[in-house]
Ligand binder design. Structure first.
Ligand SMILES: [Zn+2]
Length: 183
């Protein structure tokens, strides 16, 4: 992680001039080859298509960028825990800020992005951030996959007999008793 800033500094885009000139940056890269994305693909390469449209919005924090990403991520299904492929096709907007204080005042429809003193950002960092923010919270197969505990019939690690102190019904009984005593 220590090399991250140095790596981006030379290859980055100058935010101010990009926004003022309406710079468009687009391309296609291998999703699995991007930092922080190696866990989102299987063995086959997956294309990550992106389009960044820099613009000067003229508002209080004018330096902005519309980001469009298209890819497909491979994540664990929330129900059966097997891999499931989820398409990602999103458009979002970021506002470039130069201090934490500025970031707090950005319009809620924009995601603030802090630019360091170099004034440059790496377009692929923005793209990868967008992919990671677009990951589904509860990814699931679109068919009726089966939860793993339903597959194993009988013995599970939860089969140990509970002690009375751990029995939720015992605790409930105690609560009921104290409740009625106060009445
Ligand atoms: Zn599933």
């Amino acid at each position: 992680m220590a090399c991250k800033q140095g790596y981006h500094r030379t290859s980055g885009i100058d935010v101010q001039s990009a926004c003022r000139s309406g710079h468009i940056e687009q391309g296609e890269v291998d999703l699995g080859a991007q930092p922080r994305c190696a866990d989102l693909v299987g063995d086959a390469p997956v294309a990550l298509k992106y389009l960044l449209a820099f613009f000067d919005s003229g508002a209080a924090h004018p330096l902005s960028c519309a980001i469009k990403v298209q890819t497909k991520v491979r994540v664990a299904c929330a129900r059966c825990l097997e891999p499931v492929e989820i398409p990602i096709d999103t458009t979002s907007q970021v506002a470039f800020v130069f201090s934490e204080n500025q970031a707090e005042h950005v319009d809620p429809s924009f995601e603030p992005v802090l630019v360091d003193e170099s004034g440059r950002i790496d377009p692929l960092t923005l793209v990868v951030d967008d992919v990671l923010m677009s990951l589904p919270l509860m990814p699931m197969h679109d068919y009726d996959c089966v939860a793993p505990q339903a597959l194993s019939s009988g013995t599970t690690v939860d089969d140990e007999p509970r002690k009375d102190s751990e029995n939720p019904f015992a605790a409930l009984a105690v609560l009921k008793k104290t409740g009625s005593a106060q009445d």
